[in-house]
Design a binder for this molecule. Structure first.
Ligand SMILES: Cc1cc2nc3c(=O)[nH]c(=O)nc-3n(C[C@H](O)[C@H](O)[C@H](O)COP(=O)(O)O)c2cc1C
Length: 183
């Protein structure tokens, strides 16, 4: 255990780096934290909910409308968590969060959650370099969100460039670092 146990919310969006988020979740659980995972429909194309359910020992949430949570899972989950991290964060979720769009569970949660919220972007270097993406990142930073900067290196599209998601170790460290700051 590397820090006091906390409640952590992980949002997974639809990028190939979603497989690395399984390592992030596993490490956080091994560090003694309670971890809940919320996943977009597109993210389910990359990693199945079963992987995260087995790693966390909890159900994984994807849909906004749930009979078992009549107030909406975004409210329940947001109230319980100490910190939220979106990893990988697609260009799409960065744009939605920068504009206040809430059209699925992950984007609605981002608006409903009031604690420290981190984004770990991951995308092709051409997407990363687009003015719209950089503008959205600047807006999110100005709005008080923390961006875990991606790295330069091998990208799944067989290019080298900027946009590779930060390593699981860096993401875990950034999440646990928020426990030392003010809420
Ligand atoms: C094979 C494949 C890999 C993708 N990888 C990424 C990625 O790394 N980053 C990204 O921003 N979008 C990526 N996309 C595009 C997103 O999946 C797409 O923009 C989607 O609408 C994102 O939805 P979400 O943010 O709701 O999960 C990829 C798409 C495919 C088909």
């Amino acid at each position: 255990m590397s820090s006091m146990p906390h409640e952590i919310l992980i949002g997974v969006t639809g990028g190939i780096a979603a497989y690395k988020t399984a390592a992030v979740v596993s490490r956080l659980v091994q560090n003694g934290h309670g971890v809940s995972v919320v996943i977009t429909r597109h993210a389910r194309q990359f990693v199945g909910p079963v992987t995260f359910e087995a790693l966390t020992g909890r159900p994984v949430f994807c849909e906004l409308f749930s009979h078992s949570q009549p107030l909406g899972p975004h409210i329940d989950l947001a109230q319980r968590a100490d910190v939220c991290c979106i990893a990988p964060a697609t260009a799409n979720i960065l744009g939605k969060a920068a504009s206040g769009i809430a059209d699925d569970l992950v984007s609605t949660l981002i608006l409903a959650f009031t604690g420290p919220l981190l984004f770990a972007p991951a995308m092709h270097c051409h997407m990363w370099n687009k003015p719209a993406v950089q503008r959205n990142l600047a807006t999110l930073t100005k709005d008080g969100y923390q961006i875990i900067q991606p790295e330069e290196g091998w990208l799944s599209c067989r290019h080298r460039g900027m946009g590779r998601m930060a390593s699981p170790e860096r993401i875990v460290a950034a999440i646990e670092e928020t426990f030392n700051g003010p809420r």
